[in-house]
Design a protein around this ligand. Structure first.
Ligand code: GLN
Length: 453
C-alpha cells in the first residue's frame, strides 16, 4: 500500500522511468531471512533505494533517459549497483535524469521533465529538481525513497541536492567504479549517494565505493568506515573561503547563507581563513569544452548496431542507418554536446580549444593544491541561485550552464565535494552549501557537512 501511494506521488513528479517493486521486496525478504538466522544484515540491509537510470541493471531497462537506449536491458550489472545489492539494498526503480546526464534542470530527458516537490511560496509553478540527477533528488526530497544513487560529472549530485534540500556527495574521482555506468565524460564522471542526512550519505557511500579492476581509473585504496569517524567537532580544522566565488550573478540570499555557514563552522570549533582559487572563472568554459569532447567520443558507440533503437529506412545502407538512428535517438542537448565536442577535437581547432582547456584544468587543480596548504576543507555555495520554474532557462543554454559555475571546479580537479542543505530563502526554497576536500578526504568533507546540517 505504501509502495502504491509512493508510486502515485512519484508519477506526479515523474521521478521514475520504471519501478521495480519486486526487487525492493526481495531485498526486504532477504533481510528478514538473515535476521531470523541471526546474520549480519549488511550496511544497507533492506533499504529500498532509487537507482539513477545511468547505472546498468541486469534485466532492467537502462536508458540514460534517451530514446536511443529505450528498451535496452543490459546483461550485466554495474559495479556500484552490485555493491549496493551485496550490502543488502533493494531497488525501487530506475530514476529519471537529464538525457545522458547532460543538463542542470532535468528538462532534457526523453521521458519528460521531473518536478521538484518544492514550490515557490505563493505560486504553483512546477520547479526544477536540478540536474542531471533530478529524479534522484525529487524522489529523496519527496520522501519516496530514503536514498538514491546519483552521478556527478560537473555538479549533477550537488546541484540537485542543493535545489531540493537534501545531501549529496561526489567522492574523489576513482572511489566509485565507473564500470556499467553509461559514460558521459569519463575523466570527470563519478557516482555518489544522495540522501536526507550526512550520516546516510556516509553509510551509502561506503557501500558503493571500492576498487574495481574492471575500471582502469578505479582507486586501489581501502574504503574507510566514514560513518564510524563522523564528528562535528571541528577544533583544529581550517575552513577556506575562496574569494573568487563572490561572483556577480550570485543571489544576495546565497551569499547570506554562505556567511551563516561560516558561523556554524566557527561554532563547531573551526578557524575560517580567506583563500584564493585564481583560475575559478576559467573553470566553467574549460569544463564545457572537456566534457563535450569526451562525450562526443563516448557517444559514438550508439550507432543502431549494438544497443536499443535502430532506425533502418527502406533500402538504406549502413551510413544511412547510423544517421537515421542518431538523428531520431538523441535529444537536442545531446546533439549540441556532440557537435561542440567534435568541433573542439577537430584538427584545425584542437590546440585552440581542447589543449587550452586541458591546461586550464591543470591550473584549476594547482589552485586547489595550493589552497589546501592553507586550509583543510573549502566552503562555498553549491549554486548561485535557488531552483527555478521548469521552462525558465530552456531556450538559453548559457544561462543553464551558469548553474554549474561553483560545482565544476572540484570536478575538474577530481576532488571530493558535498552539498548540504543550509537554509530556505525568502521564497521558501532550499539553498545548499558546498564543501570541497583534499583528494581522498571524504571524511573531512562529511564532518564539515555534519556541522552544517
Ligand atoms: N550540468 C552539467 C552538464 O550539463 C553537469 C552534468 C553532470 O554532472 N552530469 O554537463
Amino acid at each position: 500500500e505504501a509502495f502504491n501511494a509512493a508510486v502515485a506521488e512519484a508519477a506526479v513528479l515523474n521521478a521514475f522511468i520504471v519501478t521495480t517493486p519486486d526487487h525492493a521486496l526481495a531485498a526486504a525478504d532477504a533481510v528478514d531471512a538473515k535476521r531470523a538466522r541471526g546474520e549480519d544484515l549488511g550496511k544497507m540491509g533492506g533499504v529500498p533505494i532509487g537507482m539513477k537510470d545511468l547505472f546498468a541493471t541486469r534485466g532492467v531497462q537502462t536508458t540514460a533517459a534517451s530514446h536511443i537506449l529505450e528498451g535496452f536491458k543490459p546483461e550485466y550489472e554495474s559495479t556500484v549497483s552490485q555493491n549496493l545489492w551485496d550490502a543488502g539494498a533493494g531497488m525501487l526503480g530506475k530514476l529519471n535524469l537529464d538525457q545522458f546526464a547532460m543538463g542542470s534542470s532535468n528538462e532534457t530527458s526523453y521521458f519528460g521533465n521531473v518536478s521538484s516537490p518544492w514550490k515557490k511560496s505563493g505560486t504553483n509553478a512546477a520547479m526544477s529538481p536540478g540536474g542531471s540527477s533530478g529524479g534522484s533528488s525529487a524522489a529523496v526530497a519527496a520522501r519516496i525513497a530514503p536514498a538514491a544513487t546519483g552521478t556527478d560529472t560537473g555538479g549533477s549530485i550537488r546541484q540537485p541536492a542543493a535545489f531540493t534540500g537534501i545531501c549529496g556527495i561526489k567522492p574523489t574521482y576513482g572511489r566509485c567504479s565507473r564500470w556499467g555506468v553509461v559514460a558521459f565524460a569519463s575523466s570527470l564522471d563519478q557516482a555518489g549517494p544522495m540522501a536526507r542526512s550526512v550520516e546516510d550519505c556516509a553509510i551509502m557511500l561506503e557501500a558503493m565505493a571500492g576498487f574495481d579492476p574492471k575500471d582502469s581509473t578505479s582507486l586501489d585504496m581501502p574504503v574507510p568506515n566514514w560513518e564510524a569517524d563522523l564528528s562535528a567537532d571541528l577544533r583544529g580544522k581550517k575552513i577556506g573561503i575562496p574569494r573568487e566565488y563572490r561572483m556577480e550573478g550570485t543571489d544576495a540570499e546565497v551569499l547570506a547563507s554562505w556567511d551563516r555557514g561560516m558561523e556554524w563552522l566557527r561554532d563547531a570549533g573551526a578557524e575560517v581563513v580567506d583563500i584564493s582559487l585564481p583560475h575559478t572563472k576559467y573553470a566553467l568554459p574549460a569544463y564545457y569544452i572537456v566534457a563535450p569532447a569526451e562525450a562526443s567520443s563516448n557517444l559514438a558507440r550508439y550507432d543502431g548496431v549494438r544497443y536499443g533503437l535502430r532506425d533502418l529506412p527502406d533500402g538504406a545502407g549502413l551510413q544511412d542507418m547510423y544517421a537515421a538512428t542518431r538523428a531520431a535517438g538523441f535529444g537536442d542537448e545531446v546533439k549540441r554536446r556532440i557537435l561542440m565536442g567534435t568541433y573542439v577535437l577537430s584538427a584545425g581547432f584542437y590546440d585552440a580549444y581542447y589543449t587550452q582547456a586541458q591546461k586550464v584544468r591543470a591550473l584549476v587543480s594547482r589552485d586547489y593544491a595550493e589552497a589546501f596548504t592553507q586550509c583543510d576543507v573549502i566552503l562555498a555555495p553549491t549554486t548561485p541561485t535557488a531552483s527555478f520554474p521548469l521552462g525558465e532557462k530552456t531556450d538559453d543554454p548559457l544561462a543553464m550552464y551558469l548553474n554549474d559555475v561553483f560545482s565544476v571546479p572540484a570536478s575538474l580537479a577530481g576532488l571530493p565535494a558535498m552539498s548540504v542543505p543550509a537554509m530556505l530563502n525568502g521564497d521558501g526554497l532550499p539553498l545548499g552549501l558546498q564543501i570541497v576536500g583534499r583528494p581522498f578526504d571524504e571524511q573531512g568533507v562529511l564532518n564539515a557537512g555534519l556541522a552544517i546540517q
